[in-house]
Design a binder for this molecule. Sequence first.
Ligand code: GLN
Ligand code: ZN
Length: 762
Amino acid sequence: MSITASLGYPRIGRNRELKFALERYWAGKSTAEDLLRSAREIRQLNWQVQKEGGIQLVPCNDFSLYDHVLDTTWMVGAIPERFSELKSCLSDLDLYFAMARGWQKENTQVAAMEMTKWFDTNYHYIVPEIAANQRFCLNDSKILEEWKETRAIGINARPVLLGPVSYLLLSKPTSPGFLPLMVLDRLIEIYAELFGHLAEAGVEWVQMDEPCLVQDLAMEAVDAYRKAYTALSKVRHPRILLTTYFGRLDSNLSLAQELPVDGLHVDLVQAPGQLDEVLATCPAGRILSLGLVSGRNVWRTDLSAAVSMVDKAVEKLGRERLVVAPACSLMFCPQDLELETELDIDVKSWLAFARQKLTEVSILGMAANGEVDAIRPALVKNRRILESRKQSAKVTNPTVQEAVKKITEKDHYRHNSYIRRKIIQKNELNLPVFPTTTIGSFPQTLEVRQKRSKFNRGIIDKSEYETYLREEIFKAIRLQENIGLDVLVHGEFERTDMVEYFAQQLEGFAFTLHGWVQSYGSRAVRPPILFGDISRPKPMTVEWSKYAQSLTDKPVKGMLTGPVTILQWSFIRDDQPRQKTCRQLAIALRAEVADLEKAGIKIIQVDEPALREGLPLRVADRADYLRWAVDCFRLVVGGAASETQIHTHMCYCEFGDFMEAIIRMDADVISIEASRSNMELLDKFRELSYPNDIGPGVYDIHSPRVPDQKEIESLLRKALTVIPVDRLWVNPDCGLKTRGWDEVIPALTNMVAAAQKMRIGL
Ligand code: GLN
Ligand code: ZN
């Protein structure tokens, strides 16, 4: 018989219980026991829900108090050197949190470990730090305890482990010129020891996550896979399910098939095309786990299509050798659709969150076992729902479809080249050299958030709320004038979130009440659901920008979130290619640009901080992505007059791999993060000589530290070695919304003073 399995379940709790338990604990308002009890309750409930949902092979150790990569670091004892002094004064639990969040007391400060995106998801993991002389030591109490907890409720769970090769590939070396993979032998010993303990305890299967197998692998990595799994096959071990997800195995398929493991899991949601080849190459006797239900999106699965894949696999391998499962952990999608009482009834009928996806897996499991009659009603219902989605007037908007068809190549081009535009804009704007500006948002103070919350709860009315926002804008404009900034912003006080703000005003989006997904640690986000053709019923930002501009003679920047960023931070449609959805967003934003121009706004910034995140995992797919992503940006701004200065902003410093794409965006001005890397990124700009204006951030907004004038001057001088004097802008790294005014005012004052000093030097 085939069995059903789950690869992981959301850890934050149905009502974000983990978040609240963590934050209470961190604030000193509860004990470690309280926290651990809440964590245990979440796990228990997850196991129960999965079991009741028809999952036969339930995971354990997929839960984490903060992050599963950090758990792995803890498990193998790879605690970075700088935390060793804390070992004597902190409990294990607090040391673990110190690694994630940093530690500060009196004169001692220990920096947190770095955090970065988990593949192409919006989840962030804690990056392991591996030293050349790295020692490991096994600490497997968490896994064994969780496993025992499942035994106690009559489940023989399958522990989830991050495989040793992916672990090292996701690590960073503590010294240059050294590859973490070089310590693989020592790490294998730890896994071997762990396997012994697991087998001893009676664990039948382990899920070894090796998501790096869907990426391009260097020769060393391929060798590492061979070495690690050959070594592990020789020690006493539970059966190993080599688990891949987030894409196709492709060039690594033969590698995956030749490794001496007991089963292979493949992602057939993001890579349905790989099924035939996977089946054709599956070694005799090996289990194949079919990932048929998306763990990353919110849509109902097309069950009929999934059943045909199941049938194919059954025919080829027989049902004994099959496992039916979600494509990856369900932790990337919200928990339970039943909590959503406010969703449009049609939209709701098209969705499936984690709990509903379990039912889908269970139906597919029945299909694998030939229970055709039993599942027929479910399949009929599923087909009817998918059909209703396809036919729905809520999804298809003929006007939008027409507008998309009318786009021409020409729409992606400004009238004049940057050189011409620069001259025109110089006349129009009359800015000094080293123009100073900020990235858009000003502090979202407690007061701002409270006003918004009062407005949302109906305690204050719209006019009172808007009057308040106007006052904040007024103060922000006066303040910027007093500080002496050259290009002002209105401050984004009306926005909770740079994507949600736009999504709420566009047709084609739906919002959940409880659709939280973990972003990192205790933080969760509630991405909007983009379900239909996108249109803009009316201007979205014009009133605020116009008001701000009316208060000053200095130019105020219009502030838009770019189409790629809106796309990346939303749950998007699975019924059309990403790029098609993105183009619709671009058309809506293009209309907003035109309206801002009409309202007299002379500078418009289109933020694309998520452009880089959208890069596909496979290098071969990147050029195509960058082509359409940049085209979408160009479509937003292509209609702007030459007089209108277009800015863009991105906040990351690894530009190396896609500098050409940034050049092709052809923004008049780009502002980027640079101060944390001490302007290192400028090397790239030197190599490829970025042709337009650029503002490399001169101070780190992620830190409360106020930079002094000298420091900013020296960064500017450094920048001048690469960027011509008439193209250098002066601005912070990113928006200031997470900072307080007491930090922002002196920092910007110093920044302006630095720019003025530089001007004198000319
Ligand atoms: N304009 C946005 C802000 O200042 C940009 C935010 C971002 O880059 N993430 O907040
Ligand atoms: Zn930014």
